[in-house]
Write a protein that binds this ligand. Structure first.
Ligand SMILES: Cc1ncc(COP(=O)(O)O)c(C=O)c1O
Length: 533
């Protein structure tokens, strides 16, 4: 099979699926809809018939994702080649699943990992699943724009110096807003210290294919990176790619991926990855040139609209902004006297334009190879109309608060906190307690509190003010912030078993624990108490 698909125009998995569909075999296997026959008519009317022929299961002709030997193996080999990696793996749980796998592969329980404080929550989930201890690095901040930039090599070096025993350095490159890190230098420093270099490249599956975009993680020497192909290039939602080098234990990586992945991967989704790779490898430069031109043109015109501003390449002079992905348009709207939420709502309801995200003072727009000149014209006309009618605000007006400078005290690992016994308490009772959940205000997107960290009055005050100003706080279980989940009993204590009488009684009589004395009991008291049962 190897070599049967010698060039990047081939789409082995997609071709195998089409051939299988053409064969019109009778199905006595999953999926239950049998080539779409039993799919409700309403669904078929809207999407057509053919898509259901592509919805297959593990069959010899279309290979198996968990043990690829045929067309999936070939499709992954072509993807690895296109991206300059030694291995590529199709992911159907997005970059979230890839981040979990990446961390679980290089870190064992108890290991340290250096990560940015504003890392995506899937990285934190990887930390929880693997039982690693995070060492946080603060990204640079641009106060005027109320925006996070990226982490610097210097900040990473400091973390390496303070934690030379860390197993890996992980960075996000580029950020949601398109701000790249100096990945070549950070990778060099991580490797010099004997650590793995991992990159969450969720927003970078296109980087490899155009020289006017930031350097890709693989080209910068990453050991593993994960990309959300579905976010930026043309594969379907949920599909991502994990790329790796021989420097990692690839057998372990495969075992971990298999552990995390569904045993019923969608062939429609996998085919879309095969095709998206082909499209990028064969026409990426040409398609991305158009997207870049559209974005640069839009940026220039947005900057001519009074009250709006959109940073460009000049941001690369700032510390923590190594390279900009110019296809992201991060538009500051605060000088219009409106919040980003208001502008986004008007764009949506009045002009039928959806943005990627909005916050207190800006909106983010993604231009991809799927956008056209017409889209950009509509966007500009809508923004001009909104700006014309906006109340306007004095220049430099800020809707945002100053983020607390100090990170909270870390009392236990995120894993210990997440698996602890928790209790909800009213806000005013939470000071001094240990948080069992994440509180991440947006903007700026840095978690104020992670599980296992001490809750302070300063942090609670910031969270309250943020909510009052219409900001959003993500991650916590009570959106109104009236209550907070705190750690009542740490996981280690739970895991250490029923050492105390209290624990033994709770375990044996779970519904009537308060019938006995549960204050501190010595050995003699324990005997007496047992006698009472
Ligand atoms: C930086 C970053 N990493 C990872 C993810 C998760 O990606 P996915 O939605 O593909 O699981 C996101 C999603 O927004 C992200 O922004």
């Amino acid at each position: 099979m190897a070599g049967e698909y010698p060039n990047q125009y081939a789409t082995p998995l997609f071709e195998a699926i089409i051939n299988y569909a053409k064969g019109r075999k009778v199905s006595f296997h999953t999926p239950g809809h049998k080539h779409g026959v039993s799919i409700p008519q309403e669904f078929r009317n809207f999407v057509g018939e053919k898509i259901f022929d592509c919805d297959l299961t593990l069959l010899e002709e279309v290979d198996s994702l968990h043990d690829p030997r045929g067309v999936i193996k070939e499709a992954q080999r072509l993807a690895a080649k296109a991206y300059g990696a030694d291995y590529a793996f199709f992911l159907l749980n997005g970059t979230s699943g890839g981040n979990h796998a990446m961390i679980l592969t290089v870190c064992d329980p108890g290991d340290k990992i250096i990560i940015p404080r504003n890392t995506h929550r899937s990285v934190l989930a990887g930390v929880v699943l693997s039982g690693t201890t995070p060492v946080y690095v603060m990204p640079e901040r641009d106060e005027a724009m109320n925006m996070l930039l990226n982490v610097t090599p210097e900040a990473i070096s400091q973390a390496i110096r303070e934690h030379p025993d860390a197993k890996a350095v992980l960075v996000t490159h580029p950020t949601y807003e398109g701000i790249g890190a100096d990945v070549k230098e950070i990778g060099r420093r991580a490797h010099e210290a004997g650590m793995f270099f991992l990159v969450d490249e969720a927003h970078g599956p296109h980087l490899k294919f155009h020289r006017d975009l930031p350097v890709s993680a693989m080209d910068a020497g990453a050991d593993i990176c994960v990309q959300s192909s579905h976010k930026i290039i043309s594969s379907l939602t949920q599909t991502s790619l994990l790329l790796a080098r021989r420097t990692v234990d690839v057998l372990k990586l495969k075992r971990i991926l298999s552990l995390l992945m569904t045993t019923s991967p969608s062939y429609i989704l996998m085919a879309s990855l095969d095709l998206a790779r082909m499209q990028m490898a064969t026409r990426g430069r040409e398609l991305l040139s158009v997207a870049i031109m559209l974005a640069e043109d839009a940026r220039q015109r947005i900057n001519q609209i009074q009250g709006l501003s959109c940073f460009g390449k000049e941001i690369e002079k700032k510390c923590g902004a190594n390279q900009l992905d110019v296809t992201k348009l991060c538009v500051r709207v605060a000088e219009l006297g409106l919040t980003g939420y208001q502008v986004a709502q008007e764009l949506n309801r009045k002009h039928k334009i959806q943005v990627e995200y909005a916050d207190l003072d800006k909106i983010l727009l993604i231009i991809s190879i799927g956008n056209t000149e017409r889209d950009v014209r509509r966007l500009l006309a809508a923004l001009e109309a909104i700006a014309r009618n906006a109340p306007k605000a004095p220049r430099g007006q800020r809707n945002h608060l100053r983020f607390p400078e100090r990170l909270p005290e870390v009392v236990m690992s995120p894993r210990a906190a997440v698996f602890s016994t928790t209790r909800k308490v009213p806000l005013k009772e939470a000071v001094g307690k240990i948080s069992a959940e994440v509180f991440s205000p947006y903007p700026p997107g840095i978690p104020l509190l992670n599980p296992g960290e001490r809750i302070s009055a300063e942090i609670l005050g910031y969270l309250r003010d943020m909510l009052q100003r219409g900001g959003r706080i993500q991650g916590q279980s009570d959106p109104t912030l009236r209550t907070i989940k705190i750690v009542e009993q740490a996981a280690e204590q739970k895991e250490s078993g029923p050492a105390t009488l209290e624990n033994q009684v709770k375990k044996r009589f779970p519904r009537e624990p308060n019938k006995i004395e549960t204050e501190k009991v010595g050995a003699d008291d324990e005997k007496n108490a047992i006698g009472k049962l």
